[in-house]
Design a protein around this ligand. Structure first.
Ligand SMILES: C[S@@+](CC[C@H](N)C(=O)[O-])C[C@H]1O[C@@H](n2cnc3c(N)ncnc32)[C@H](O)[C@@H]1O
Length: 339
């Protein structure tokens, strides 16, 4: 069984992305499916995926710690890193969070006494998966009940399009009061999910750039930006020696040579943004990309199928996710297949 977690308002859109038939709703959480992950390559509306999940119970903190150790001992590959995402799905206050913290500590104490090698290979940092990473996810639906999933390497890496390295797939909105708008948070979140940042000296094309918060991130990092829009960007960005502004149609602009990044947040019908991304990928105009697909209504979500089919063969890494920082939008981001 696999559990696909959704955000509250995106329960039905996620259901329509899953294969017909064998799915069951876990109210308030998402969908349980008997299908294995090969049938669900990309899911724009899944917040997190928990493969091989089982329902479980434990009467105390120590009993939870034992459940976790039983689930991993002799199961995880020796001397390879593993991550534990443990969170509550009940209650309003801190009680559930505190319980999870106590369970984590109890598990570590027990591992110190009996299976030190497992403690040594437990990595508490949130880092992108490598082919050697395993992931254990456990959430409590009450102090004594919950669900447990163990995804053994290389699965988390291979399925990083739907299995997030962030607990529950959640990334808080980035804050920066100096940015021209809060939209900059979409770039930051995409970079975090990708495990790759726009870096100093890189070339960036920003389509639909005004008022400039995506360009702002790139300029601040020391990248060189070509910003395309019909309206100018904020004054300080227009003066930046790192930014060249061109009044042009985002859908007609072609860079003179391959650029490191395409970033695109243009307001347009979803099919236009999808076509734009596929054209840039097909013509190998950029190495990496972050592109927003904006929707007016849920009836447009099936348009994403074309991206799910056509983009992955052109890419070394392709993600399609409704970011925590997205409203009625989805972001496509990733890296082109190298030559
Ligand atoms: C949501 S805003 C972009 C916000 C920007 N990413 C930021 O963070 O400041 C969308 C922009 O797309 C621009 N736009 C829409 N259609 C365009 C087109 N065909 N060519 C160029 N720009 C376009 C609009 O002028 C608008 O500034």
């Amino acid at each position: 069984m696999t559990l696909f977690l959704s955000d509250p308002d995106f329960h039905q859109p996620l259901a329509s992305e899953l294969p017909e038939g064998s799915r069951r709703e876990l109210p308030g959480l998402g969908w349980l499916s008997e299908n294995d992950l090969t049938q669900t390559p990309l899911l724009a509306f899944a917040r997190q995926t928990l493969p091989q999940i089982i329902e479980t119970q434990a009467v105390s903190i120590n009993a939870w710690a034992d459940r976790l150790i039983d689930a991993v001992a002799g199961v995880l590959p020796d001397d390879q890193p593993w991550h534990l995402h443990l969170w509550p799905e009940y209650g309003e206050g801190r009680a559930g969070l505190n319980r999870c913290e106590l369970i984590r500590n109890a598990m570590k104490e027990r591992l110190k006494k009996r299976r030190r090698h497992l403690l040594r290979s437990l990595n508490d940092d949130i880092v992108p998966f490598t082919p050697h990473s395993s992931l254990v996810q456990c959430f409590l639906t009450s102090p004594e009940t919950g669900w447990l999933s163990v995804s053994i390497a290389p699965q988390p890496f291979e399925r990083r399009g739907i299995i997030s390295a962030f607990p529950r797939g959640f990334i808080p909105w980035a804050e920066d009061k100096a940015a021209p708008s809060r939209a900059f948070a979409k770039v930051i979140e995409s970079e975090l999910r990708l495990g790759r940042q726009i870096e100093a000296g890189k070339t960036v094309v920003d389509l639909g750039a005004s008022p400039g918060s995506w360009s702002y991130v790139a300029v601040k990092r020391g990248a060189n930006v070509i910003a395309i829009d019909r309206s100018e960007l904020r004054e300080d960005l227009m003066r930046s020696p790192r930014l060249r502004f061109e009044t042009a149609d985002a859908f007609k602009y072609k860079p003179p040579q391959m650029v490191d990044w395409l970033i695109c947040d243009v307001i347009a019908a979803p099919q236009r943004s999808i076509d734009l991304l596929l054209e840039w990928l097909g013509e190998r105009r950029m190495r990496h990309f972050i592109v927003t697909i904006k929707f007016k209504g849920a009836d447009e979500y099936p348009l994403l199928e074309q991206l799910k089919q056509c983009a992955p063969p052109l890419c070394a890494d392709f993600r399609l996710t409704r970011l925590c920082a997205n409203k009625n939008e989805v972001c496509a981001f990733g890296s082109l297949q190298p030559d």
